[in-house]
Ligand binder design. Sequence first.
Ligand SMILES: C[S@@+](CC[C@H](N)C(=O)[O-])C[C@H]1O[C@@H](n2cnc3c(N)ncnc32)[C@H](O)[C@@H]1O
Length: 292
Amino acid sequence: MTQINLFDTEYLKSSSKIINVASIPQRSPFRYAGGKTWLIPRIREWLSAVGDKDKELFEPFAGGGIFGLTAASEDLVGKVTMVEKDEGVAAVWQIILGGGAEWLAEKITNFSLTSETAREAIKSADKSLESLAFATIVKNRVNRGEIIADGASFFKKGENGKGIASRWYPETLKKRIFEIDKIKGKIEFIQGDAFEVCEQVSNQRNVVYFIDPPYIKSGQRLYKYSVVDHEALFNLADRLKGEFLLSYDNVVEVRDMASCYQFAVQPILMKNTHHAEKTELLISRNLAWLLD
Ligand SMILES: C[S@@+](CC[C@H](N)C(=O)[O-])C[C@H]1O[C@@H](n2cnc3c(N)ncnc32)[C@H](O)[C@@H]1O
């Protein structure tokens, strides 16, 4: 397949329209390492090719959950199920989707952020699910590279020299949390293992899957759970009765596995957080919708 550029400086170009990336609604409470907000226009296209109101979207490596949130907010599918193994990330989803949106939003807006209070919040994570959720939000906003995994250090200078508070936007977070609260009836969240959950529904034709595992190559330092059996994931994808879309780092190991299962593969240009352009792979049984 020939390579096409779907990401061109600030604009994603599709065949007939230009989409301003800055206009993609930011709906997640996380700034997620490896987050896929930039891929949202493609996801809308994919879901309109394979999905409809009777379909259920599974997002088995949910992280910041931007796909599920977009699909639920824009009524692109009937139901969304998000799965995430990281207990801290899961706690945020469990609290927001389980009726604790107001509590979390208040906690965030009443918090006076300094290095000391951030450290204190992170230290108290083990007290309750609420404390864990709040500690995770704090870590995600004060750690370098938005890394939630243990060992990440706090920002030093941050944006505009604002140091630790440079990514702490309480009102924005509150707004996003309340927006998620409004659509929580359409979203189920499961704290658990992507493989086990997908296996359970693998025979259902009405389920579609957006599968975004940690990168094979550089995922290690980003997540607490970064080791995934990628061969087993390709094997699982092959057995799913519903449609799937996999996203991966563009490395030879991935291209080899995709070719082994005769999946369609398309490199697309993306920008990472350092504004360096690089390609990522989209993999599915059929990518004709992408090339239309
Ligand atoms: C690339 S990130 C997902 C990013 C997400 N698509 C977004 O836009 O925010 C991969 C996620 O998979 C999670 N993960 C790793 N192994 C998992 C497993 N076996 N089951 C469920 N989640 C897992 C990691 O904790 C991480 O949050």
